[in-house]
Design a protein around this ligand. Structure first.
Ligand code: 1HE
Length: 261
């Protein structure tokens, strides 16, 4: 039977400006094999310009069990190093690509699964979601960018404690410590992500560009450089025709007001 008859490791569904990429290796809890990483990378690269926002989701009971440990067991240190580099490339394509990414999390979001989730810009967790970094218990280390990305989300101290003690955070705790932005009822994650994605897609493209590209750069810059970058970006976004039209709409009372949360 040809390979094409196998179910894809990542499925792509396009709905207007929103593409939903779904990890589809539920029998192995969406563990990230070389093939799954390649499928995710190809799915991202294959998106057309009409797609403005990505939703990242997963089939089965768990979002992602992390690195495929069966493959790791067969890797030389050099292969493992190169595998990490491949993860960095793909995750950077998500984080620093042109499209905001909304991740929908449920079940295990562990190890490399949490590293993948932390590459998204918005995280929605269903009640069943739980977060851990079991690398310490497996005798290995983070290798998918988690030392940097997860530490930036919840702080180096929490990551140290998670890895040393095997601590697992549930969905509510994940919300409290800033791992996720929204905690929703089971089965509601995708609907919430779609609602957020539609809102994100309706922003001016230049604003989304500045949020995705300038904000993380500014966060790494010394204060004076950050403020200069911010002011340049502000001038650029404000001069786009779309920004002028939106501001005029507000002044003419044609645009919505900011509502209470
Ligand atoms: C796997 C993997 C995997 C499951 N690699 N095959 N990640 C971990 O240490 C997590 C390891 N996984 C688990 O703790 C559990 O599997 C789960 C809590 C995620 C799910 O439990 P459960 O009871 O639903 O499933 P299961 O019976 O444990 O697993 C079902 C199958 O998936 C089984 O294979 P089977 O052939 O026996 O059916 C498992 O072997 C397989 N499976 N997880 C390979 N991770 C770039 S550095 C990143 C560092 C890391 O990510 S370290 C990995 C951390």
């Amino acid at each position: 039977m040809p390979d094409t008859a196998l179910p894809p490791l990542v499925t792509v569904d396009i709905d207007g400006p929103v593409a939903t990429l779904t990890l589809n290796r539920p029998d192995k809890r969406n563990a990230i094999s070389v093939a799954l990483l390649g499928a995710l990378d190809a799915a991202i690269r294959g998106l057309t310009a009409e797609v403005k926002v990505i939703i990242l989701a997963a089939n089965g009971e768990h979002f992602c069990a992390g690195l495929d440990l069966a493959e790791l067991a067969l890797m030389t240190p050099t292969e493992s190093l190169m595998n990490s580099r491949a993860w960095y490339d793909t995750f950077a394509r998500l984080q620093f690509g042109p499209r905001p990414v909304v991740a929908v999390l449920h079940g295990a979001v562990v190890g490399g699964g949490l590293e993948l989730a932390s590459s998204a810009h918005v995280r929605v967790a269903e009640r069943s979601a739980y977060f851990g970094l079991p690398e310490g218990q497996r005798g290995i280390f983070l290798g998918g960018g988690g030392s940097v990305r997860v530490s930036k989300l919840i702080g180096f101290s929490r990551v140290t404690e998670m890895m040393l003690t095997g601590r697992v955070y549930n969905a509510d705790e994940g919300f409290q410590i800033g791992l996720v932005h929204h905690a929703v009822a089971e089965g509601q994650g995708l609907a919430k992500a779609r609602e957020l994605a539609q809102r994100i897609a309706s922003n001016a493209p230049m604003s989304n560009f500045a949020i995705l590209q300038a904000l993380p750069a500014i966060a790494e810059q010394p204060m004076e450089h950050g403020l200069l970058t911010e002011s340049l970006m502000a001038a650029l976004t404000q001069s786009a025709p779309e920004a002028r039209a939106r501001v005029e709409d507000f002044l003419a009372k044609r645009a919505g007001k900011v509502e209470r949360g």
